[in-house]
Ligand binder design. Structure first.
Ligand code: ZN
Ligand code: ZN
Length: 463
C-alpha cells in the first residue's frame, strides 16, 4: 500500500519487531521547505513532506522535477540547506506532484522531526543490496518504491540469477559500472504481479502477472528500434542499473516493457526465460538455424540447457559440450544426440565428425570453449557469441577466410521474441530447469555459479 499524502501516514501490516525498527529510523517532518535546482533557480515550496527515513524523503510539491536531478532544499525556519537527488518523480491522477528524494548529504537537524504515532507505517521491502563492487550482497530493507506515471509496481514472485549479475556485482564491465546507481539492486529476470499502476498506465490490470528482463526501456525511435532490433537500442536502459532490479520483494517496471506471462507457467520457470531463454532464442534466430542442421552448444548451464531444447524444437540435431559429466547427462535427457567432454583429447575430432556443426553456440564464459568451437565449425558455419569470458577472443583471419565462417552475437532479444518464447514455454515445448533459492542465499548461489556447480538456473523465490 502506498503512503497516503493526505494523512502523512501509511498503513501496512508489520510485525512488532519491524515496528520497533521503523520507529528508530523513520521520522515525521513538520517544516516548510523550499527547493532550488543546483543553479539556484527556485522550484517552489514543498507543500507536504510525507515520509522521511535515514535515506530519503517522499514529498509533495508544486514544481515538476526530473529523475536524477540534484536539488537543494532550504528549511525556512532553521535556515539550513539539504542536498538531495530526485530518485523518481510522478504526477498523480489527482494532479499533485510527488517526488522521492534521496539524501546526498545528511543533516538530521534539517528535518524537524518527531516520532511517528503507533499506527503510522512506512512500507519497506526486503532486498539484496549491492553497496560496492566486489562486496557480498547485503540482505536488508529498502523503502518500497512508488511507480512513476508510466510504470507499474510489481510484487516479485521469482527472479532468476544471471551470470551478468556476477559481472555487475564485481564491477567487471566499466561501461555498465559507470552507469550504476547506488546502492544497487540487481536482477533482470523478474516475474511478479502488478500491485500498483502509475497515473498514465493503460492496458495492464491490477493483479496481472508480468515479467521484465534486461531492457528496462528502449527509445522506440532510433534506427534499431525502428528496424525491429530494439535490443540494441541506442538509448536502452538496463534493469538493475538504470532502475532497481528484481532481487527485491517489489520492483518498478516500465509499463511498456512489462510483458504478460501466461498464468499456466510457474513464475520460477518463466523468470529465467527473460534473459537466459531470450538470449539463446535470439541467437538461434540470428544465426538463421534450419531444420536438419547440427548445432553444438558449449556449456550446459542456464542458457545452454535452453539452447539445446530450442535448437531441437527447431529440428536441429544437438551436440552438448561441457566439462561436467552431470551436465552432459542432463543434456542427454534434454535430447542431445551427442554429449562431449571438452577436455576429452578427442573432443575436436568428435565435434568435426560429419563435417562439424553448422552452428556453435558458446554459452560458457570460457575462452577455451570459443577456441574449440571456432576450430571445429563446419565450413560456412556460424559461431554465436553468447557467454562472456573476461579475456579477448582471438582468431586467425585465415581460419575464418578458408572456411567462410560467420561470427554473430546475441544481445538478449526483443519484446516480440519474448512473447513468442513465453508461448512456447506455456505450451510445454521447452522447460527451464530451476534450482530454487531464497533471497538470503544469494551470496552462496553466486559462489556456486562461479564454480559452475549449478544444474539449470538459480531462481530466487519470494513467498
Ligand atoms: Zn542476464
Ligand atoms: Zn531505440
Amino acid at each position: 500500500m502506498e503512503p497516503d499524502p493526505s494523512s502523512g501516514a501509511t498503513c501496512q501490516e508489520q510485525s512488532g519487531e519491524e515496528k520497533r525498527r521503523s520507529k528508530r529510523v523513520l521520522l515525521r517532518v513538520a517544516v516548510v521547505v523550499i527547493g532550488t535546482d543546483i543553479h539556484g533557480k527556485p522550484f517552489g515550496e514543498v507543500t507536504h513532506t510525507m515520509v522521511v527515513s535515514a535515506h530519503g524523503a517522499l514529498v509533495e510539491l508544486k514544481a515538476e522535477l526530473n529523475d536524477g536531478q540534484r536539488v537543494l532544499l532550504h528549511n525556512k525556519i532553521s535556515g539550513e540547506r539539504q542536498s538531495c537527488r530526485v530518485v523518481w518523480f510522478r504526477r498523480t491522477k489527482e494532479g499533485t506532484n510527488h517526488a522521492g528524494l534521496e539524501f546526498v548529504t545528511v543533516s538530521p537537524k534539517f528535518w524537524q522531526v518527531d516520532f511517528p504515532p503507533d499506527d503510522w507505517r512506512v512500507p519497506t521491502m526486503r532486498a539484496a543490496i549491492l553497496k560496492e563492487f566486489g562486496s557480498p550482497l547485503d540482505i536488508g530493507e529498502l523503502s518500497r518504491p512508488l511507480p512513476l506515471a508510466d510504470e507499474v509496481l510489481i510484487r516479485v514472485e521469482a527472479c532468476g540469477v544471471c551470470h551478468s549479475d556476477l559481472h555487475m556485482a564485481a564491477g567487471d564491465w566499466p561501461d555498465v559500472a559507470a552507469k550504476m546507481s547506488w546502492p544497487a539492486t540487481l536482477g533482470h529476470e523478474a516475474v511478479g504481479r502488478v500491485v500498483e499502476l502509475g497515473a498514465d498506465v493503460s492496458g495492464i490490470t491490477m493483479g496481472q502477472r508480468v515479467g521484465v528482463g534486461w531492457l528496462y526501456s528502449t527509445c522506440g525511435v532510433c534506427e534499431h528500434c525502428r528496424d525491429a532490433a530494439e535490443n540494441v537500442c541506442l538509448k536502452r536502459k538496463i534493469t538493475g542499473i538504470a532502475a532497481p532490479g528484481g532481487y527485491a520483494e517489489f520492483m518498478r517496471v516500465k509499463a511498456s516493457h512489462a510483458i504478460a506471462v501466461p498464468e499456466n507457467l510457474p513464475a520460477a520457470e518463466a523468470a529465467p526465460l527473460f534473459c537466459a531463454g531470450l538470449t539463446v532464442f535470439h541467437a538461434l534466430r540470428n544465426a538463421g538455424l534450419r531444420a536438419g542442421q547440427r548445432v553444438a552448444v558449449f556449456g550446459v548451464g542456464g542458457l545452454g540447457h535452453l539452447a539445446l531444447q530450442l535448437a531441437k524444437l527447431a529440428g536441429a540435431e544437438t551436440v552438448a559440450v561441457d566439462v561436467s559429466d552431470a551436465k552432459l547427462e542432463f543434456a542427454k535427457k534434454l535430447g542431445a544426440a551427442q554429449a562431449i567432454r571438452s577436455d576429452d583429447p578427442n573432443a575436436a575430432e568428435l565435434l568435426k565428425a560429419g563435417g562439424g556443426p553448422h552452428l556453435a553456440i558458446v554459452a560458457a564464459p570460457a575462452k577455451p570453449a570459443y577456441d574449440l568451437a571456432i576450430h571445429t565449425l563446419r565450413r560456412r558455419g556460424t559461431l554465436a557469441v553468447v557467454g562472456l569470458p573476461k579475456e579477448d577472443l582471438t582468431f586467425f583471419a585465415d581460419d575464418l577466410v578458408v572456411s567462410e565462417s560467420r561470427i554473430i552475437a546475441s544481445a538478449v532479444g526483443t519484446r516480440d521474441e519474448m512473447r513468442e518464447l513465453l508461448m512456447l514455454a506455456a505450451a510445454g515445448k521447452i522447460r527451464c530447469e530451476v534450482e530454487p533459492c531464497r533471497l538470503e542465499q544469494i551470496n552462496d548461489v553466486f559462489e556456486k555459479m562461479k564454480r559452475g556447480q549449478l544444474l539449470g538456473r538459480a531462481v530466487i523465490q519470494f513467498n
